[in-house]
Design a protein around this ligand. Structure first.
Ligand SMILES: [Zn+2]
Length: 424
């Protein structure tokens, strides 16, 4: 297959130029100018589009096993392909949780039954996500876990967390922190601030995130465990991360589309439809997050794709389920949040960096790499959740007009999503 005439943006090779890309045997075979098609070679015209190493969403909830009414690995992987993601890393807050090699093997079996996206399981840090006892990190890494996280909850006991990090120090697989102090958060349904006070709703302060960010960065430095902060949402978290890096921390972090673009004002209009953890914050926080993408503090764009049934999301604020469907709005939303971000940086956040942090294949179009490719373009479209492949149709961006979208996704050279507008 020949991808012809696209703007190839691959930060791993410092490449940003009009090039043809040849794919053979599932691998990138050749990149060059005006490559002559071989006899019978399939040609995809990519003029006017950007050809990038396949996007990797390192924070999604695929809900299997346990909650197939919210999402299945197959429906989530199809949503990934349509959103431009050739790979996803799925969080272990399933039922049962991914805390043992047998559960992990089951997830990998389900993942192998679909072809839309590579699925890399993340295992828990503690057994049953109960926060008491570390899992068998070595066995889980051997079974295929790419990272460890009790995401959805913080490991509340600092001693358990330190012991876990020491036990996992020699095992590949980054620790991913969900930073919320449960006691400070209480029964909050949104951010604590002017809007929560006006609505009379229980709020979670930025402090609930900041104290755990500080604690976890310190534990990471002391134990020399690789560390990654999920969904940072406060300006305090960013300041603490910068300070920790100045002290030698090598921790990385990610930001979601909703924390970049929205604030707690959305709760006035959408109620439970705007409920997410960590909550949508103040405008000063959203602005600080956008600045932190520009200045390099933030390493990764990750959606925290968290599908729920319509019923669970239309409940009143206090009872509504937590989180949004994110895979199919991501590319448009990131571009809307940061319209002037250089494309090389855009691709770095969506592909190069998540591949490096997780230690998975991909993140590069260098010759010999797996042909995981995302083609995207500046194209105006309107978010219509009823058209999502995801079973989760709830997004605070419904009806929003975005100007960038994925138009084709390839996994191992196989087109798993091709927009009707792409000429083949
Ligand atoms: Zn989380």
């Amino acid at each position: 297959m020949l991808l012809r005439g696209g703007r190839v943006v691959d930060p791993s090779q410092n490449l940003d130029a009009l090039r043809d890309v040849r794919i053979a045997g599932g691998l990138i075979a050749e990149i060059g100018e005006h490559l002559a098609p071989d006899a019978n070679e399939e040609i995809v015209e990519a003029q006017g589009s950007v050809v990038a190493p396949g996007f990797i969403d390192m924070h999604v909830h695929l809900r299997e096993p346990g909650f197939p009414e919210k999402e299945t690995i197959a429906s989530g992987a199809e949503a990934a392909a349509r959103g431009g993601f050739s790979a996803v890393a799925c969080m272990p807050n399933t039922n049962p949780p991914i805390d043992a090699p047998s559960v992990l093997a089951h997830v990998l079996e389900l993942a192998a039954l679909q072809r839309f996206s590579r699925v890399y399981p993340i295992a828990t840090i503690t057994r049953g996500r109960a926060g008491l006892e570390p899992v068998d990190f070595e066995a889980l890494a051997r079974a295929g876990a790419v990272a460890f996280s009790d995401d959805g909850d913080t490991v509340a006991d600092a001693r358990v967390l330190r012991d876990a990090a020491l036990a996992a120090a020699g095992v590949p697989g980054v620790f991913i922190s969900h930073c919320e102090d449960a006691r400070l958060k209480g029964d909050a349904a949104m951010n604590e601030g002017a809007v929560s006070r006006a609505l009379g709703a229980p709020g979670s302060p930025a402090l609930a995130e900041d104290v755990i960010v500080a604690r976890d960065l310190l534990v990471g430095m002391e134990t020399h465990k690789l560390w990654h902060l999920a969904h940072v949402s406060t300006r305090g978290a960013l300041a603490i991360l910068r300070d920790a890096r100045a002290l030698g921390s090598r921790a990385t972090c990610e930001v979601t589309p909703h924390h970049l673009l929205l604030t707690d004002e959305s709760v006035r209009e959408l109620g439970g439809g705007a409920k997410v953890n960590p909550p949508l914050r103040a405008e000063e926080d959203a602005r600080a997050l956008r600045d932190a993408v520009r200045d390099g503090t933030i390493d990764v764009f990750a959606t925290d794709h968290a599908p729920h049934t319509a019923q669970e999301k239309t409940a009143e604020l206090v009872r509504a389920a937590v989180g949004f469907s994110g895979l199919e709005i991501a590319v448009g939303a990131y571009a809307a949040a940061l319209p002037d971000l250089p494309l090389s940086r855009f691709v770095e956040l969506l592909s190069t960096n998540p591949a490096r942090i997780l230690g998975v294949p991909g993140g590069s179009l260098s010759v010999g790499s797996p042909a995981d490719v995302t083609i995207f373009a500046e194209r105006t479209w309107t978010v219509d959740p009823s058209s999502f492949a995801s079973k989760g149709k709830s997004t605070p961006f419904a009806g929003r007009v975005f100007t960038r979208r994925a138009v084709a996704t390839l996994v191992g050279g196989a087109p798993v999503y091709v927009d009707a507008s792409v000429r083949q």
